[in-house]
Design a protein around this ligand. Sequence first.
Ligand SMILES: [Zn+2]
Length: 176
Amino acid sequence: MQIAKIGEAILRTPARKVSHDEFSQAPLIGFCDDLLATMLAANGIGIAATQVFDPRAIMIIASRPNARYPHAPTMEPLLLINPEVLARSDEQVWEWEGCLSVPALRGRIARSDWVEVSYQTIHGEAQQQRFVGFVARVFLHEYDHLIGLTWLDHIKSTQDIMAESVWLTALEQGRL
Ligand SMILES: [Zn+2]
């Protein structure tokens, strides 16, 4: 699947809910399989349906350790349909993020340290879960895509934006 890049209208369009009669059906299952494959092929740790030009409220999160977060938990990719934020911490954590739809840039933004969410499985079953730390950040990043936002909308200072290549060098040199 092609990944929408910033400037595409779909990335500014709030997603629509997956409807009752779509659950457990082959088209939805096939789409979610393709969405996962697209995320893995792009070496992503999360993806939202709007990033592949689909208007539905579907996302996948898949935390794993990386250079910036060596202690990030490794999790099986988790599919969340019609996710909602029930509660989030007032305490905010500043960190650098990248995005498949904002190529070659990194931005430093604040996000809640934990988040309590509801969502539905591919069979329409209601779930509730609390995500903490890095996983909460990944969730909130993907959730943003479903409400028409990207990390660029959270930037407080242009000094918090770096070219990815510069960011990687700074990271290797321990300057971040
Ligand atoms: Zn993104």
